[in-house]
Design a protein around this ligand. Structure first.
Ligand SMILES: Cc1cc2nc3c(=O)[nH]c(=O)nc-3n(C[C@H](O)[C@H](O)[C@H](O)COP(=O)(O)OP(=O)(O)OC[C@H]3O[C@@H](n4cnc5c(N)ncnc54)[C@H](O)[C@@H]3O)c2cc1C
Length: 436
């Protein structure tokens, strides 16, 4: 963070009520919620498209919608699913496939829905089916753009937030790099939805620097999926050996290393899982990307040679940006703990749920900066808690709450620390949020 004097010569490119940095799951929901609640809203995104991990890192399942029994993640997260389905850009599990009697491994379509990755991962094997949504990344980009445009959000792609200018514990301006140079933007409230906490770091508020695995998601096409699944049933021992070999070539993957996509004969692979890399260090990200691509080609050559049904498969793409799961985490007014996430502890200032855990408003509020909220995977929590509390729909819940709270803070002319929680919860419930 530098002083206003350092940046005085830069042009003032605009001013707004709420400025959102980052156009991923949390940022788009934050901006849509702020604008729908009456705030003049601007969103900055450094990539040439929206979506963050959901598109740039091709994470293709909206997970953690349920507590294993019922849908607990609602509001804009539901709207996203509906809008993706409306443009034929998503597949979800029909209600009859995950009734209480019909969600275990003996249910008729268990293998089919499990192959989409629609499993409740937070209980031991055998994992039951759950509600989840598989989506196409191009549809996700389209829906995100439409939601922002309809809400009246002014958004700039190709725009990197670099620094902030502060006065009296408030951010008064954000400095951004556009393709044609540096600019200043003035805002009354700022939301950090950058995933990596770029704004909070620039603002000098406390955070911890967490680390978790990184992954270069990729897609294969030209697969006879039914043939492979039939082979797995007929020759379980041999299939197990082949699966084990694929996983070992990747050197880190979940047990089910591939998942169906909305495109016929196309799967996505959430591997390799690489550990020990820093998700905000360009040198580490470069090395991890190279290592991941090397392993993918090795695995691909084995898969094509040895797996029945995969003989004609081809590598469609690796994701544009290595998938980073964790980096900076706010240490705000409340730090969500592993115990909170695993035991579902309740909070009086809850703004919604992720899966089976509750999220307090204070987990987005810095201890000091008066007009900054931090939403999405960089919210205030212990690194161990974030590993199990960072899926896309819960990030949407945080984003929606941050946008609504920022608009409220503008309307009532108060600091984020003084937002009226009862009014925030009332507005969120009116907009479809599930708060208990
Ligand atoms: C490999 C992998 C697999 C995963 N699997 C799943 C899964 O199956 N299901 C699921 O639901 N979740 C999954 N997750 C988790 C989930 O994808 C993320 O936690 C979630 O998408 C984070 O959303 P976000 O909006 O908080 O951050 P991000 O998606 O990271 O979005 C941040 C945005 O801010 C932009 N940005 C960053 N810095 C700046 C800056 N300085 N200026 C301007 N813009 C900036 C970025 O370009 C990005 O668009 C996975 C994650 C990874 C990496």
């Amino acid at each position: 963070m530098r002083t206003a004097t350092d940046y005085r010569a830069l042009p003032l490119a605009g001013e707004c009520d709420v400025l959102v940095v980052g156009g991923g799951a949390a940022g788009v929901c934050a901006a849509v919620a702020a604008a729908r609640n009456g705030a003049r809203t601007v969103l900055l995104e450094r990539n040439p498209f929206l979506g963050g991990r959901a598109t740039a890192s091709m994470v293709l399942v909206l997970d953690d919608y349920t507590d294993g029994q019922q849908i607990t993640v609602k509001g804009l997260a539901t709207e996203y699913a509906e809008r993706l389905k409306a443009v034929q850009g998503a597949v979800d599990i029909p209600p009859e496939a995950w009734t209480p009697e019909n969600r275990g491994p003996d249910s008729p379509d268990y293998d089919l829905w499990a192959s989409w990755g629609f499993l409740y991962y937070f209980v031991p094997e055998p994992r039951p089916l759950t509600y989840a949504v598989s989506f196409d990344p191009e549809a996700y980009k389209r829906v995100s753009e439409e939601m922002l445009l309809e809400a009246g959000v002014k958004f700039s792609l190709f725009t990197d937030m670099l620094d902030v200018v502060k006065a009296d514990s408030r951010i008064v301006e954000v400095v951004a790099r556009r393709r044609n140079g540096l600019v200043r933007l003035a805002a009354r409230q700022v939301i950090d939805a950058s995933g990596d906490g770029d704004v909070m770091a620039a603002a000098g508020t406390p955070f911890v620097h967490g680390k978790y695995m990184v992954t270069l998601v990729h897609r294969y096409g030209g697969i006879d999926i039914d043939r492979w699944m039939a082979f797995e049933k007929q020759h379980p021992g041999h299939a197990k050996e082949l699966n084990r070999e694929v996983r070992s070539l990747y050197g880190g993957s979940w047990d089910r290393w591939w998942m169906r996509t909305t495109l016929p004969g196309v799967v996505w692979v959430n591997a390799p899982h690489l550990t020990g890399y820093d998700a905000i260090d360009s040198e580490d990200l470069t090395q991890a990307t190279l290592e991941a691509r090397r392993r993918i080609w090795k695995a691909f050559e084995f898969i094509r040679r040895h797996l029945p049904g995969w003989e004609h498969c081809y590598l469609i793409d690796t994701c544009a940006e290595l998938g980073m799961r964790q980096s900076r985490l706010l240490q705000g007014q409340y730090v969500v703990t592993k115990d909170d996430v695993f035991n579902g502890n309740r909070f009086p200032d809850s703004i919604g749920m992720g899966r089976n855990y509750h999220m307090p408003y204070r987990s987005m509020v810095p201890v000091d900066v008066r007009n900054l909220l931090v939403a999405g995977r960089c919210f205030s929590c212990e690194p161990g808690a974030q590993r199990s509390a960072r899926e896309i729909p819960p990030c949407m819940v945080l984003g929606q709450a941050a946008g609504t709270a920022a608009a409220l803070a503008v309307a009532q002319d108060v600091a984020v620390q003084d937002v009226d929680i009862a009014e925030l919860q009332r507005r969120l419930r009116k907009d479809g949020a599930y708060i208990v």
